[in-house]
Design a protein around this ligand. Structure first.
Ligand code: HEC
Ligand code: HEC
Ligand code: HEC
Ligand code: HEC
Length: 174
């Protein structure tokens, strides 16, 4: 191969790397944005649905308070499962207390955009809109593995985990 060809190939590769941004692949570069952003649209039937109202009453929404009562809310060994996206990239100012939407649905900086989470797009072609959201990092449906990231033996209070039964207890979908 000629040197000039190699240089051209490297230049093209560099441009691709730069333009990849948060939409690349599975959304690895995405940041956790916090519950307030999801609540904006997911607190009303007229927009994304009333999932926030269900979540707010769940034990997940109170998980950090549980640690406070034990005097352990500063202990990294505890907060990693009682908060959202612990140790991962977060948007400036994001409140990531408790086990929020993004703990199961993935970091939202790319998929929360109005272009992707568009009521119109989901109404017109649900499968296509879902595909686009997944490309921007949305995890849907979250599988048993996602839950087991926290519901495992490392938890000092684990009572066992039955995916079907536990899923039923957090039901916020049709
Ligand atoms: C700009 C408004 C808006 C924001 C912000 C937003 N969503 Fe959505 N979301 C929607 C709409 C609208 C739909 C489609 C609802 C429908 O199917 O009628 C949707 C759909 C979803 C779905 C279901 C996708 C599917 O395939 O059925 C999930 C999960 C979801 N949103 C999670 C989130 C999370 C988590 C956040 C916060 C990080 C968030 N959304 C932020 C408006 C929004
Ligand atoms: C980021 C960690 C994390 C993830 C991911 C997670 N959970 Fe949890 N879950 C917790 C914590 C922490 C509690 C305890 C909260 C408390 O009581 O303060 C909990 C509590 C629960 C409870 C209440 C248990 C009870 O005895 O009433 C249910 C149900 C539950 N989770 C279901 C699920 C399901 C289903 C998934 C996956 C779809 C999941 N969780 C994913 C951390 C997590
Ligand atoms: C690997 C993830 C993980 C870690 C680490 C973790 N927890 Fe939890 N914690 C959970 C889950 C999941 C539950 C819900 C358990 C269930 O209902 O089966 C929970 C529940 C609890 C509860 C509520 C128990 C109840 O039923 O009332 C307390 C209290 C608690 N954790 C304290 C702690 C403390 C203190 C630490 C640190 C020493 C800690 N946790 C570390 C995942 C974790
Ligand atoms: C503990 C994990 C967990 C948390 C926290 C969570 N979800 Fe979900 N969510 C799930 C699971 C699991 C499903 C898929 C259920 C199914 O279809 O089997 C789901 C489904 C959905 C759907 C419906 C998609 C469809 O197929 O119709 C929407 C919308 C959604 N979630 C939004 C949210 C929003 C918004 C929040 C925060 C207010 C949130 N979720 C918090 C686990 C979670």
């Amino acid at each position: 191969m000629k040197n000039s060809t190699i240089i051209l190939m490297l230049a093209v590769a560099a441009i691709f790397a730069l333009s990849a941004g948060p939409f690349a692949g599975s959304g690895d570069a995405a940041e956790y944005v916090g519950i307030a952003k999801c609540k904006m649209c997911h607190n009303s039937k007229a927009v994304g649905g009333e999932q926030y109202k269900v979540w707010e009453k769940s034990r997940h929404a109170n998980a950090l308070n549980t640690l406070k009562k034990e005097g352990e809310s500063e202990n990294p060994k505890c907060i990693k499962c009682h908060t959202t996206g612990y140790g991962k990239p977060a948007a400036a100012g994001a409140n990531l207390a408790n086990v929020q939407c993004e703990a199961c649905h993935g970091p939202g900086s790319a998929y929360k955009s109005m272009k992707i989470m568009s009521k119109k797009a989901f109404k017109e072609d649900h499968a296509a809109a879902r595909k686009k959201a997944k490309e921007a990092g949305l995890v849907i449906p979250p599988t048993e593995d996602v839950c087991r990231g926290c519901h495992n033996e490392e938890s000092p209070k684990i009572k066992g985990f039955d995916f079907a039964a536990y899923k039923e207890k957090i039901k916020h979908w049709k």
